[in-house]
Design a protein around this ligand. Structure first.
Ligand code: ATP
Length: 302
């Protein structure tokens, strides 16, 4: 069953159309990314499905609830971390969690949550004394305090250094591993590629494509390339006949195979059948960056 369903969402702010026509479905237990450049309409979309804004058109259902008409019920099952959490500077970590816990019928234990998210040492620290990474961990903890079935995380790693970003990614994966569905808003291609099971690419208020990160790259017609040293003579004719394979060339003892679609899977399946080991295997795949440009006709920076 889809946990989040968005159909033909439309939202204007006066003359500005922030969301023109956005549709997607998020399935139970996945990390679903909404990826797009600044101003694409990502935040407006998640605010509409969190019940923080009313759409001008379209239909939204979250865990079977209407976010506007059933907002109170939705709050009990959907955890939301939005940009600029805006906690008072002097609030301490434990106090923030206890305060938020009081909003829920069956909250998680703040102490247990602080342990899990690596905040135990900072329980008594004031919000403004936390590092950027610690503030984001607290934001995740606050989104999780009501034991939600799904969470919305908006631009979670913006402003974090690479190490804190990686730690935050691991936490998001831990959240998903507890069975919670994650909707992640990001404008970092690398983040979507690394974390998301599926991604909706949004540009100028419209969905350009919804697919796995690899599927988006393949859909954009991007070439993939693999190189390896086969442990035994290759069944070259069989490999060349695969629809995914466009070219097979040798560089001494190393073979380079390029193509499209699910190239790596198709080739490695044939190698396994012939009991050939691909030593020093290197795979180069098109990135989401390439896919974004191919699918929208412009770069993120444009
Ligand atoms: N409260 C508002 N009033 C007027 N216009 C707004 C408002 N909020 C957003 N907009 C405009 O709507 C469009 C979409 O904004 P939105 O914040 O949803 O995009 P976004 O993809 O989340 O961008 P960012 O990554 O920069 O947050 C932008 O043109 C923005 O300027």
């Amino acid at each position: 069953m889809a946990v989040i369903e968005v159909e033909h969402l439309h939202k204007r702010y006066g003359q500005v159309t922030a969301v023109r026509d956005v549709s997607f479905q998020v399935e139970q237990g996945e990390i679903f990314g909404i990826l797009g450049p600044n101003g694409a309409g990502k935040t407006t979309t998640v605010e509409c499905l969190s019940g923080l804004r009313q759409a001008d058109g379209g239909r939204v259902s979250v865990l079977g609830l209407d976010p506007v008409r059933q907002r109170d019920e939705l709050r009990q099952v959907l955890g939301v971390q939005l940009q600029a959490s805006g906690l008072p500077d002097k609030l301490r970590v434990r106090e923030a969690l206890e305060l938020y816990a009081s909003f829920y019928r069956q909250p998680a234990d703040p102490v247990e949550l602080m342990d899990r998210l690596g905040l135990a040492e900072k329980a008594g620290a004031r919000y403004k004394k936390l590092s950027g990474g610690q503030q984001q961990r607290l934001a995740i903890a606050l989104a999780m305090i009501g034991r939600p079935r799904a969470v919305v995380l908006d631009e979670l790693t913006t402003g974090l250094d690479p190490h804190a970003r990686r730690t935050t990614w691991e936490l998001v994966e831990q959240v998903r591993d507890t069975g919670v569905t994650v909707l992640l808003v990001t404008h970092f291609m690398e983040e979507a590629e690394r974390l998301c099971d599926r991604v909706a690419l949004i540009d100028r208020g419209e969905v350009v494509a919804v697919d796995t990160p690899a599927g988006l790259a393949a859909r954009a017609g991007q070439r993939q390339r693999m190189r390896f040293r086969p442990s035994a003579p290759l069944p070259e004719e069989v490999l060349r006949a695969l629809p995914e394979v466009a070219e097979l060339i040798w560089h001494g003892a190393v073979v380079e195979i390029s193509g499209t679609g699910n190239l790596v899977h198709a080739v490695t399946a044939q190698l396994a059948r012939a009991q050939i080991i691909a030593a020093d295997l290197r795979v180069e795949q098109a990135s989401l960056d390439d896919a974004f440009i191919a699918l929208t006709g412009h770069t993120d920076a444009d």
